[in-house]
Design a protein around this ligand. Structure first.
Ligand code: SAM
Length: 227
């Protein structure tokens, strides 16, 4: 009998944001495939999980997914975790998940935190329709082209961004979409959590004045007039 691949959501910052089922699954599987084993060890150590860890990340995802599929076919149960949130969402998880499905292996989601849903839920922007863009290109010209296309979108738009690029991405948003109101969420569930709701220029001013740290989510809705 082949094993099952469990897609286990883990906290996006606060270690307490994990489900009972996630901890139970991490304890019961034969192997945990983690984006960064050192990072995941903090979580497994905290919850007394002794399951062996193996790394599965951006630069070994193709080769390592073959190894994981073979282990699954040999009957091992494997949990896939990412550094934060739900595996497969803007991280390498997608590759092994798709291979497993193609190989007829059972894929079992263990739901929990997801960074974009956490930000969207607190954004105050319409949530009935939204588009998840993940990371825009790291090239400004490509980013601007995509932002131009998005400026016709009536849904709430969710973008992931790293601290290195936040200022230039905000600059591109201001240039392409104007000085619109945005929601910029940083370090959600962590000590320095910040959810800013303001014009792009104010947000740029705020983050330009300090060493920019942390992880960011930008949300905007070009048709929202507030209530
Ligand atoms: N799989 C994850 C999920 O479920 O959302 C996303 C992984 S993606 C590689 C990492 C990006 O998620 C970060 O660059 C940031 O945009 C966002 N992110 C993750 N944790 C966050 C947090 N605590 N606060 C704000 N954004 C976060």
């Amino acid at each position: 009998m082949p094993g099952a691949l469990y897609i286990v959501s883990t906290p996006i910052g606060n270690l307490k944001d994990i489900t009972l089922r996630a901890v139970e699954t991490l304890k019961q599987v034969d192997l945990i495939a983690a984006e960064d084993t050192r990072h995941t060890k903090i979580l497994t150590g905290h919850y007394g999980v002794n399951t062996p860890l193996t790394s599965y990340f951006q630069y070994n995802k193709v080769k390592k997914s073959d190894f994981l599929i073979k282990a699954l076919k040999d009957g091992k149960n494997i949990a896939l975790v990412s550094d934060a949130g739900t595996p497969g969402i803007s991280d390498p998880g997608f590759v092994v998940i798709r291979k497993a499905i193609r190989e007829g292996i059972k894929v079992i989601p263990i739901p929990g935190p997801s960074a974009f849903l956490t930000a969207l839920s607190a954004s105050g922007l319409p949530t009935n329709k939204f588009v998840f863009e993940g990371f825009l290109s790291n090239k400004s010209s490509h980013r601007r082209k995509r932002l131009k296309e998005l400026s016709r979108d009536q849904r709430s738009i969710i973008i992931y961004e790293s601290p290195h690029r936040i200022i230039s991405t905000l600059g591109d948003i201001r240039d392409i979409m104007g000085d619109i109101c945005i929601v910029c969420a940083r370090e959600l569930t962590k000590k320095f959590e910040e959810i800013r709701r303001e014009k792009v220029s104010a947000c740029i001013g705020h983050f330009s004045n300090a060493k920019v740290m942390g992880e960011f989510i930008i949300i905007m809705n070009l048709t929202d007039r507030g209530t």
